[in-house]
Design a protein around this ligand. Structure first.
Ligand SMILES: Cc1cc2nc3c(=O)[nH]c(=O)nc-3n(C[C@H](O)[C@H](O)[C@H](O)COP(=O)(O)OP(=O)(O)OC[C@H]3O[C@@H](n4cnc5c(N)ncnc54)[C@H](O)[C@@H]3O)c2cc1C
Length: 379
């Protein structure tokens, strides 16, 4: 059993850390939080550093990275910038789905466009009536000669306001199972009939999550990714990728909390000594450190299995479940350990706390992960 990184993976880790020192400072994250605007410079820098296209094929400008590399990148970015991990997800995963199921022309245009930072994507699955139950989507695309006519509403589509394209999941065969009647369309955000309305969030407003309405939108048939009615298996790959991304970025965010808290308790003096001398405080940090190691082990185990070609939804869901729940608890403990100062928004912890909540929903809620795990136990 080898828990180490290869020299290439260690170098990647160092490269991402160097990127963060330059582009993802605490001041930058605070500014994006305070005055939300699309982080175009960060987007460009991620593309130029070949991080945006980490999981995309090198033949189309990507970095050919596997699940381990994805976890390394998301973990290190997750320490400093939820905007960066979000950008990687909405663009990288959308393009990864096109790389998986798209035509040569689509890959050349869209996958390369994303890898080079020229094109922005959003991914639209969730609807008012279909959240955890993704198979309940009601958005319809009806074939009319060489186009599809799309009607429907998507919710929480992150990045849609600033996207060039919205990768949209639609029903093309309304009767029967969604797994046999769902298609994936690349819809230009500016197409006639598309209306995008941003919805205010508790965090991450620099990359708006939106309501997207499709009112008779005509989409060329050659904008369909994969076979008609056959998008479900492509979507399942995307779900695994998203869950691993959430797990890895949660590990990074939790380590940032531990670092900040450790720095505080070792310097803050009360009753004539640093508060870190109190065993009650030490035990809390010991617990946090242990939990973060467990988060990391679950995440990298799932990534390693995926890298070996093992399809293991259970292990991926375990990582996503454990990491998102632990992080949401660790930030609350961080708030307490920093004392009253943490209640003031000039410090990073309140922002970390709001950002941490996203992991509880993204990639499927924690209850849905438990369902996946229970199913794999034969329950
Ligand atoms: C900030 C943010 C950004 C997002 N970005 C995107 C995006 O870019 N694209 C996109 O398509 N979606 C996006 N989502 C949607 C996200 O994937 C969904 O919120 C998530 O899948 C849950 O769906 P829901 O919100 O409708 O909750 P619901 O499905 O309505 O769930 C409500 C509650 O019931 C529980 N529940 C539901 N079914 C079961 C069950 N079978 N067993 C046990 N408990 C259950 C849930 O766990 C939850 O606690 C985003 C969400 C957020 C919060």
């Amino acid at each position: 059993m080898d828990f180490g990184l290869t020299p290439e993976q260690a170098a990647l880790q160092e490269r991402v850390d160097a990127f963060c020192r330059q582009h993802c400072t605490d001041a930058h994250a605070a500014a994006l939080d305070r005055e939300p605007r699309y982080p175009a410079e960060l987007h460009r820098a991620l593309a130029e550093s070949r991080l945006l296209g980490w999981c995309l094929p090198a033949a189309y400008g990507g970095a050919d990275g596997g699940p381990m590399e994805g976890c390394i990148i998301n973990e290190r970015l997750g320490r400093h910038s939820s905007a960066a991990t979000n950008l990687l997800f909405i663009n990288g995963v959308s393009a990864a789905l096109i790389a998986l199921g798209g035509t040569e022309a689509q890959k050349e245009e869209y996958v390369r466009g994303v890898a080079e930072g020229r094109l922005r994507f959003a991914f639209a699955l969730t609807e008012p009536g279909a959240g955890s139950d993704a198979a309940a989507i009601a958005s319809r695309a009806v074939r009319d000669a060489n186009t599809y006519v799309v009607h429907g509403t998507k919710l929480y589509t992150t990045g849609a306001l600033d996207a060039d394209y919205i990768l949209t999941v639609v029903r093309t065969r309304p009767d029967g199972k969604a797994s046999r009647g769902t298609s994936l369309l690349i819809v230009p955000r500016t197409a006639a009939g598309v209306t995008v309305t941003p919805l205010e969030k508790i965090a991450g407003n620099c990359i708006a999550s939106c309501r997207v309405e499709y009112d008779g939108v005509r989409v060329d048939a050659d904008q369909r990714v994969g076979p008609e009615d056959g998008a479900w298996s492509i979507l399942m790959v995307g779900a695994g990728l998203e869950r691993l991304t959430v797990a890895a970025s949660s590990v990074g965010a939790a380590r940032a909390v531990l670092d900040e808290v450790t720095a505080h308790v070792t310097t803050r003096e009360q009753f004539g000594q640093p508060v870190s001398r109190f065993q009650a405080i030490q035990h809390q940090l010991a617990d946090i450190a242990t939990e973060i190691d467990a988060m990391e082990l679950l995440t990298y185990r799932a990534a390693w299995m995926a890298a070996q070609g093992m399809v293991r939804p259970k292990e991926i869901s375990m990582a996503k479940l454990y990491c998102s729940e632990r992080l949401s608890e660790i930030v609350l403990r961080g708030m307490r350990l920093l004392g009253g100062g943490a209640y003031f928004t000039a410090t990073p912890m309140p922002r970390r706390m709001r950002e941490a909540m996203l992991g509880l929903y993204a990639g499927g809620t924690v209850e849905i992960q438990r369902n996946v795990i229970a199913k794999s136990l034969g329950l």
